[in-house]
Write a protein that binds this ligand. Structure first.
Ligand code: BGC
Length: 436
């Protein structure tokens, strides 16, 4: 049984990064995707150089008043050839985890954040049952290396986005647009989550297992238009709750208009989640009929007058609150695993932080069991299809020297950490106590 939220650390406050987006020089399927010209933003290259600078980055997070740090493990570094595990890479992650713990930062470890080892799509693709064993074996190896120091694991970041982008839209590896392949891949992703949860419970008894689920709001593009409204309602349910509920019921039946239905059942799923992770960014406006599928006929609009982020996303804290409510209905602790914006000038970030924290507090007051908040991101990083354009960091990263420089909003974040963590701390509890 997981004891999350932990008695010695009832709330988490911190930052999130992912391996490929910050580490640099990681050779994997995404590197090939870039080389094949499938992205708009060019090559990732050395990213933010975090592979050499993780310890420094941990100190930056601690300086922000954080008590948690979410990162992901690169499967391609750990298992560069099928069945061949790189102990040096595992030891490097272990050193990082030890550093986090020594700074009073709770490590939140994601095992899959979009990328795959080069061999994966050929040898054990998500469309094949062998993918489940392959992933669980990698999870076991990693957990064995890190478990004594890690109490929070997230097998998959945004499995629904991986499914839509990788198997229905062809935008990310493996680049398929094939409903039958999507149906098989989804079944195996769910199976891999359940199997990995079982493995983690063996290797890290007492650890909590979650999913980082991307949640989006949907609104009618033509306000008041009944068909747009219908489509928005359907999309909201499909994208957010229908997918999440599968973890609780073991069944899914997802209709992706107009022609795709993904239906299935995995009895090992119920009980495989200890917390729900929410990645929240924005809201989409949908128009009937959707060009091909519900998620392709959409647009971002500045309906609230708060401005659009550098990559054109609408800022809607109200949607954040509402979606936290949806996530809370699973009856599990809710951890915000990502929330943030691309804002190189740092003009919108201070108000974004304030308004999203107000929404978080309101959701909590309304009964959502909020266990913490992790901001995306600590650093400017490599943004998948868009390269280095969008700047999500509380710290800017100099592209030449890789030097980190705090943006003014880092101070706003630090101030919020104090109020957020104090809110629930028992008397005399040391805020940054180390738990091992
Ligand atoms: C992903 C991150 C990404 C962020 C901003 C999230 O959906 O998990 O990897 O950088 O969105 O686009």
């Amino acid at each position: 049984m997981s004891a999350f939220p932990f008695a010695d650390r009832p709330r988490l406050f911190g930052v999130a990064v992912s391996h490929y987006q910050v580490e640099g020089d990681d050779e994997c399927d995404w590197t090939d995707w870039e080389a094949a010209g499938r992205t708009k933003g060019g090559a990732c290259g050395r990213a933010a150089g975090a592979w050499q600078r993780y310890e420094e980055d941990a100190a930056l997070a601690a300086g922000l008043g954080a008590n948690a740090f979410r990162f992901s493990v690169s499967w391609s570094r750990v298992e560069p050839k099928r069945g061949l595990f790189d102990e040096v890479a595992l030891a490097r992650y272990r050193r990082f985890v030890e550093r986090l713990v020594s700074l009073g930062l709770e490590p939140v470890v994601t095992l899959h954040h979009y990328t795959h080892p080069r061999w994966f799509h050929e040898e054990t693709p998500w469309t094949a049952p062998s993918s489940v064993d392959a992933f669980a074996r990698f999870a076991r190896k990693t957990a064995r290396a890190l478990a004594p120091h890690v109490r929070l694991f997230i097998p998959f970041n945004e499995p629904l986005v991986l499914l839509l982008g990788g198997f229905l839209d062809g935008q990310i590896p493996p680049g398929l647009a094939d409903p039958r392949a999507a149906a098989r891949a989804l079944d195996h992703l769910f199976a891999a989550h359940a199997e990995t949860a079982a493995v983690l419970r063996e290797e890290a008894p007492g650890a909590a297992v979650g999913v980082a689920h991307n949640m989006m709001d949907f609104a009618p593009d033509r306000p008041g238009h009944p068909l747009d409204a219908l489509l928005a309602r359907h999309a909201r349910r499909l994208y957010n709750t229908a997918f999440l509920e599968a973890f609780a019921t073991g069944r899914w039946n997802l209709w992706i208009p107009p022609f795709t239905r993904l239906k299935g059942r995995r009895d090992a799923l119920p009980g495989s989640l200890d917390f729900v992770g929410v990645n929240y960014y924005s809201r989409l406006h949908v128009r009937f009929p959707a060009a091909t599928r519900v998620l392709t006929g959409f647009a971002y609009r500045d309906r609230q007058g708060r401005g659009l982020t550098d990559n054109g996303w609408e800022i809607v804290p109200e949607s954040f609150g509402a979606l936290l409510g949806d996530a809370g209905r699973l009856g599990l602790p809710v951890l915000v695993t990502e929330n943030g914006l691309a804002d190189g000038a740092d003009a919108l970030r201070p108000a974004f932080l304030e308004s999203h924290f107000a929404a978080l507090a309101a959701a909590e007051a309304a009964g959502v069991p909020v266990a913490g908040y992790l901001h995306w991101s600590l650093l400017d990083n490599f943004e998948w299809l868009d390269g280095y354009g969008p700047k999500f960091g509380l710290f800017a990263v100099d592209p030449d020297t890789l030097e980190r420089r705090a943006r003014p909003s880092a101070a706003v974040f630090r101030a919020l950490s104090k109020s957020f963590l104090r809110l629930s701390l028992p008397e005399g509890h040391a805020q940054n106590s180390v738990h091992i």
